[in-house]
Ligand binder design. Structure first.
Ligand code: PLP
Length: 374
């Protein structure tokens, strides 16, 4: 077998229709969107049409979508501006967030003395919703920053429940939706979240493109200044091919969502049962009802076997991520698994398998065979 890609939470292949759209623009539409003559106006129109297309997928208005370079930028911007410009004095979050969120929050603590409350993570990898409500009862200007789908284990946050709590206690709510946009419906007209963040390369679009949704009532100030692009909210010449490619990728993801979700769920379930049949004592990290494209497995391997596992998988053409850092020789365990696994369990080798619509059962059979041979 040639390369088997089971790391779709890290990034995804770019759909051929997206590549076609991008090449068309790179070839024909080089005008600067800020120029006032016709070729400039044309690329500007392409960008605005992409913005409308993206907004439509979430039932929001186009003016609430701002383009960025990636998910990291979006999360940094929202967190920093909420503190700097919206008067946030406290952030409620978890230690399981992506590093771009965690480190942004730590910066706010250092620079502005923002109070940080970290929620407890239950053994099933979920947050403690009761603790969240208790904390919110201490009314102070608060930003809740909680990711929708965890990138390592796939734990899913109940967005509606948190958004309702945020409204009830007058807190702002930011959700890093990088792992869920394009993979599940997010009707923002029904879910009163204030900010979400997306990244095109996670839904079969190009790298280097993302967007944030900022609900109209929240007026953020820019992270990057010095230009009028994106209504002055995000200076820098736009990349029309990236933006149009991203909108196309999102449109196709939502168009094929039911079919792809069904296929991926079936593959994930197949993989899970094959692993259970093959490896006695195998365990799955998370709550058993994690997002449909992720399977984070804890393998009953000795430390010697574990040390070589990723290397051997790579030699056999299989791309997966480690679920914890132990087997790579580093002593530092995953900051996500460390939140809900005890000391002994976290020492065992974990693998993150993440599936996409291009994967097949044959690939999973091959993975199991290779794992058996380790
Ligand atoms: N947030 C989550 C949950 C992610 O999984 C990632 C990427 O791995 C990011 C943020 C960062 O996104 P980007 O790669 O676009 O900077």
């Amino acid at each position: 077998m040639s390369q088997i890609y089971l790391d779709n939470a890290a990034t995804t292949s770019v759909r051929s229709e997206v590549v076609e759209e991008m090449i068309k623009i790179l070839t024909n539409d080089f005008g600067n969107p800020s120029s006032t003559y016709s070729i400039g106006r044309h690329t500007k129109a392409l960008i605005e049409s992409a913005r409308k297309n993206i907004a439509k997928q979430f039932n929001v208005t186009a003016s609430e979508i701002i383009f960025t370079s990636c998910g990291t930028e979006g999360n940094n911007w929202i967190i920093r501006s909420s503190v700097r410009d919206l008067g946030v004095k406290r952030i409620i979050t978890t230690r399981m967030e992506h590093h771009c969120t965690l480190y942004s929050i730590k910066e706010m603590e250092k620079e502005y003395g923002t109070k940080i409350d970290y929620l407890n993570i239950l053994p099933n990898s979920e947050i403690d919703y009761n603790q969240l409500e208790e904390l919110l009862k201490e009314e102070q200007p608060t930003l809740i920053s909680l990711m929708h789908v965890n990138n390592e284990v796939g734990t899913v946050l109940d967005l509606k429940r948190v958004a309702a709590l945020a409204q009830q206690y007058h807190a702002l709510f930011h959700s890093d939706t990088v792992q869920s946009v394009g993979k599940i419906e997010i009707p923002l007209d029904e879910i009163p979240v204030d900010f979400i963040v997306a990244s095109a390369h996670k839904f079969h679009g190009p790298k280097g493109a993302g967007f944030v949704f900022i609900r109209k009532k929240n007026v953020l100030k820019p992270l990057i200044v010095g230009g009028e692009q994106e209504k002055g909210m995000r200076a820098g010449t736009e990349a029309p091919h990236q933006v149009v490619g991203m909108a196309k990728a999102l449109e196709l993801s939502y168009q094929d969502l039911n079919k792809d979700r069904e296929k991926i769920t079936e593959l994930r379930d197949y993989c899970k049962s094959k692993l259970q049949e093959t490896f006695e004592g195998i365990q799955f990290n998370g709550n058993g009802s994690t997002f449909y494209n992720v399977l984070n497995v804890r393998l009953p391997f000795s430390p010697e076997k574990a040390a070589m596992m990723l290397f051997q998988l790579d030699m056999k053409g299989i791309a997966v991520s480690r679920g914890s850092a132990c087997q790579s020789g580093s002593q530092k365990p995953s900051h996500v698994l460390a939140e809900f696994l005890d000391e002994n369990e976290i020492k065992k080798p974990s693998l993150r398998l993440s599936f996409g619509h291009e994967n097949t059962k044959e690939e999973i059979d091959y993975l199991i065979d290779v794992l058996k041979g380790i």
